[in-house]
Ligand binder design. Structure first.
Ligand SMILES: [Zn+2]
Ligand SMILES: [Zn+2]
Length: 433
């Protein structure tokens, strides 16, 4: 083969290579319009969020499931919010007394148990609510309108923890309860202020009593129950001195729902206390035409002036609050009735009732014989003291402790204060004779 031919062949091969190469690149450009490419287009969109449904609007917590794994990192932070169990707070209508059932998840707690005649009604209420087991029975203090039905509850329902205040009494209702607790081989304790407890996914903080008191009402155990963003405060019958101590103990007292202290009595719900709680709702538990005149005008005025929505068992019966950890709903609209209670006496115990009303109003008690007519305050009645020969204390006849006293220890006298002290008697710390 000549050199020229060889050269031509090489040129030929080169030209053919160039031609083939150009054909290949054409093929590529044709392919770029093939359906396969649409996959590529789709892939290029995959960099956008997978779930365009998730907007910046907060999602209802009820729709959030715990297994959200494919949410982009930059999703709304609200999506991490916890879903809370349903909590229900039942302010049971027990007449002149207190009893509140709190259900959260599968756990339940009862705060107070009304008067002795309400024990069965409370048990039936618990049964209807399918409560056969209480995690806590909290008896705020030892007065009959709070521990009255407790013995019946203790004897019939399984209870994990019983809390009572340290103020003991020597009346039949109190001793009967202690006997029942002993019979069940249980014990009771007084939780310290600051103690934290749980009920379902709710947290309970003990806020009272902050010290020892002469008055059983001030000795009340107080708690705040916080469930997500919702909160409820209970202080039993704590009066102003105990409220002052609660305010000064430095705990966060803000609460949406305030179970009005001492049945709406003017001896509780002081302004300083309400300032700290700043409630949206107040619940008053009392009886229509009760002997104390609860709720008192002054307390209702405070609530009204503060724009607090009012609920009252004397006018509305049992009141139920529902908390989902974000909002609180009620089974009924707030009360439109802002009428204070009027003191109504029953025939058989008119004497005691008038004296109790006087004690409530911090006035001198009326004379024993003239009990049905409230005398002028200027007309200072002759004072008759009542002795407890067991505890060696003397009381005004109007003092609650007199009702709680055993008959065998009770003695009415007309002696002067000095004469009694000379005989070794000490004035009652509650009625302060
Ligand atoms: Zn009470
Ligand atoms: Zn009380």
């Amino acid at each position: 083969m000549s050199r020229k031919n060889s050269f031509n062949i090489i040129i030929c091969i080169l030209l053919m290579s160039i031609f083939i190469a150009s054909c290949d690149s054409n093929t590529d450009s044709v392919r770029s319009f093939s359906p396969d490419i649409t996959e590529g287009e789709s892939n290029s969109e995959s960099e956008a969020p997978i779930e365009p449904v998730i907007t910046n609007e907060p999602m209802p917590t009820s729709q959030i499931t715990p297994q959200i794994t494919d949410i982009p990192d930059d999703a709304d932070p609200h999506i991490d919010e916890v879903e809370y169990e349903q909590m229900e707070v039942h302010f049971i209508d027990v007449g002149e007394g207190d009893s509140t059932l709190i259900k959260c998840g599968n756990e339940a707690m009862l705060i107070d148990a009304g008067t002795p005649d309400k024990g069965t009604a409370i048990r039936l209420y618990l049964k209807k609510q399918e409560i056969g087991h209480l995690k806590y029975l909290l008896l705020t203090h030892s007065d009959k309108d709070h521990i009255g039905g407790a013995a019946s509850v203790v004897s019939n329902i399984k209870i994990d923890n019983i809390f009572m205040c340290r103020y003991e009494k020597d009346n039949d209702v109190y001793l009967n309860l202690i006997n029942e607790i002993n019979y069940k081989n249980m014990t009771w304790t007084t939780p310290d202020v600051g103690t934290e407890l749980t009920l379902g996914d709710a947290n309970i903080t003990v806020i009272a009593p902050n010290r020892e008191y002469d008055n059983p009402n001030d000795s009340s155990i107080g708690v705040i129950i916080r469930h997500g963003e919702d909160s409820f405060i209970f202080t039993g019958d704590a009066e102003t001195p105990a409220e002052e101590d609660i305010v000064n103990n430095g705990l966060d007292l803000t609460a949406d729902v305030y179970k009005a202290g001492h049945h709406g009595s003017r001896t509780a719900s002081s302004d300083a206390f309400l300032d700290k709680i700043n409630p949206e709702y107040a619940i008053i538990s009392c009886e229509t035409d009760n002997k104390y005149g609860h709720p008192h005008f002054e307390v209702l005025e405070k609530f009204k002036n503060r724009g607090i929505k009012l609920y009252r068992t004397d006018k509305q019966g049992t009141i139920i609050a529902y908390s989902d950890g974000k909002d609180i709903a009620f089974n009924i609209d707030p009360s439109e009735d802002w009428e204070p209670g009027t003191i109504v006496e029953s025939d058989e115990s008119a004497s005691t009732q008038v004296k109790e009303a006087f004690a409530e109003a911090s006035l001198a008690p009326p004379e024993e014989t003239d009990s049905r007519i409230i005398p002028e305050v200027e007309d200072k009645p002759e004072i008759t003291y009542v002795l407890n020969t067991n505890t060696k204390k003397f009381h005004y006849p109007s003092c609650d402790s007199v009702n709680d006293m055993k008959e065998k220890n009770k003695q009415e006298v007309t002696l002067s204060r000095d004469e009694l002290i000379e005989q070794g008697y000490k004035p009652c710390g509650r009625c302060k004779p």
